[in-house]
Design a binder for this molecule. Structure first.
Ligand SMILES: [Zn+2]
Ligand SMILES: [Zn+2]
Ligand SMILES: [Zn+2]
Length: 138
């Protein structure tokens, strides 16, 4: 059997979760920890922190979404992201990906609001409105 014989698309269906994990700061250096729950290693100082947030886990387990294949509304039932859920109607596997978290910051020069994906540490940003460069730290 050659590879061309494989026609079935086995890549799972994917949707994005609507519920963001909390932004947690490192207890050691105050920098932003990697997003998500569970054991996280600070990318800035290497400290290991156990990030738990029961309310988020509960919301994740209760999150409802429509199956991308057959539109049946499903309850996720899994207290972590990403989660793999089998549709009860079409039995496709659906991967619920973590929400892409964005935070709003304001350009110090022109007051324009910008939305950024938070990443631990400092980085240089160029404002798309006024071309001014400034530094953000999470
Ligand atoms: Zn740290
Ligand atoms: Zn389905
Ligand atoms: Zn600006």
């Amino acid at each position: 059997m050659s590879e061309e014989d494989v026609e079935v698309d086995i890549s799972p269906l994917e949707i994005e979760s609507d519920i963001s994990p909390p932004l947690i700061n490192c207890p050691n250096c105050e920098g932003l920890l990697p997003l998500g729950l569970g054991t996280k290693t600070c990318t800035l100082c290497g400290a290991v922190a156990n990030v738990e947030h029961e309310a988020t886990r509960k919301e994740w387990a209760q999150e409802r979404f429509a199956c991308p294949n057959c539109s049946k509304v499903l309850v996720c039932g899994v207290e972590e992201r990403p989660a793999k859920v089998a549709c009860s109607s079409c039995s496709n596997q659906i991967v619920v990906k973590p929400k892409v978290v964005k935070v709003e910051i304001t350009c110090p020069s022109c007051d324009r609001r910008l939305r950024l994906r938070p990443r631990p540490g400092s980085r240089q940003i160029t404002c798309p409105a006024c071309d001014d460069e400034f530094k953000v730290t999470f």
